[in-house]
Design a protein around this ligand. Structure first.
Ligand code: KG4
Ligand code: ZN
Length: 333
């Protein structure tokens, strides 16, 4: 099918983004990050996020269309992230996309944000069948991908998501928001053996994760040091924590690929920006002869380009939404 032009909108958390894709080629991907807005609160404030999406969504969309050299009349469909995410933030994108598709008389496509993250791996060249590690602020999943639409969840976190613990530990050691990237930097040069942390569930015969015990172990160390008035080795804490989480993520991913008989691996989601995770996955895949796809960092964190890729495959499959599409904050894969 050719001549398919889709505008995609992403507003599930703290990025307002719009992208245009034509016949599977991404023409534009504009991201407005709210980091500066939320920094002073130490994390994302949902109500402020929704208001900011409302203020920016039209300008970001116009810019995406301009950069793609397209107008609204060129669109075959408008796609939007409908969940999971913050309900008020999602509603801005969903309402906007519904209004556009209704007024233009074109198709509407509702995209699952987590499937969107996997779309970023397709954009970077990943081909099914493959094993995908999806690591974001709200989710940690190992997914078997058999086609552009056939996904099987093999395992996920039983408590906190990997990104969530990165953010919490960063806050506790005083690095602030956004925690993941700051902790990643602070860990460079730190001693990975400074803290002994549990590799939770690493050797269990499943693909699930548990990160809350690791977080508690770090918090206990910090509290104990504070009570004894001892200095905290921030790079050491960060390096030990980062290494622990990466050991688990990489160990479980490689084991899943082996057991599933898949020799292609992809990683996506905001935590896939982590420098050690990228390095360790490259090394592990080299050692095991696996083909690895890691999208560029700009495609790992939230962006509408990844939503556009998923929407394109949904368009080809005839997977359209009607105007009763709603925001689904807890949408599962
Ligand atoms: O996928 P994403 O942009 O948004 C969600 O869907 O959640 O992921 C955001 C998460 C945050 O928790 C952020 O701290 C984390 O990804 N993150 C990182 C790094 N860059 C972003 N975590 C560890 N190291 C990084 N370099
Ligand atoms: Zn995300």
């Amino acid at each position: 099918m050719s001549g398919v032009t889709i505008l995609a909108i992403e507003s599930s958390c703290d990025e307002t983004s719009a992208a245009v894709i034509e016949d599977g080629s991404l023409l534009s991907n504009i991201v407005f990050s709210q980091i500066d807005i939320h920094t002073k609160y130490g994390g994302v404030v949902p109500e402020i996020a929704s208001r900011s999406h409302l203020e920016k969504v039209t300008a970001v969309t116009d810019e995406a269309l301009d950069k793609a050299g397209k107008t609204l009349e060129d669109l075959s469909a408008v796609a939007v992230t409908c969940g999971p995410g913050l309900v008020g933030a999602l509603l801005v994108g969903v309402s906007y996309a519904k209004a556009l598709s209704y007024s233009l008389g074109c198709r509407l496509i509702g995209v699952n944000h987590m499937r969107g993250h996997i779309g970023a791996a397709f954009l970077a060249g990943a081909q099914p069948p493959c094993l995908t590690l999806v690591v974001s602020g709200g989710h940690t999943m190992i997914v078997r991908v058999d086609s552009y639409s056939d996904f099987t969840l093999l395992g996920s976190t039983r408590d906190d998501a990997a990104g969530e613990v990165f953010d919490k530990v960063a806050r506790v050691v005083g690095l602030g928001y956004p925690g993941g990237p700051k902790l990643d930097k602070a860990a460079d040069g730190g001693n990975e053996d400074y803290l002994v942390l549990p590799r939770a569930m690493l050797n269990e015969d499943n693909y699930d994760f548990s990160f809350s015990g690791i977080k508690s172990a770090v918090l206990n160390h910090i509290n104990a040091a504070k009570m004894k008035n001892e200095p905290i080795d921030v790079p050491g804490v960060c390096a030990s924590f980062r290494k622990c989480v990466c050991d688990i993520l990489v160990g479980k991913t490689i084991r899943a690929a082996k057991n599933e008989g898949l020799n292609r691996i992809a990683v996506c989601g905001g935590v896939a920006c982590n420098s050690l995770l990228r390095k360790m996955l490259i090394e592990a895949c080299d050692q095991n002869g696996y083909d690895l796809t890691i999208p560029d960092a700009s495609l790992c964190s939230d962006n509408a380009g990844m939503i556009a890729v998923s929407a394109y495959h949904q368009y080809l499959a005839g997977d359209f939404a009607s105007l009763d599409l709603n925001a689904s904050p807890s949408l599962s894969l």
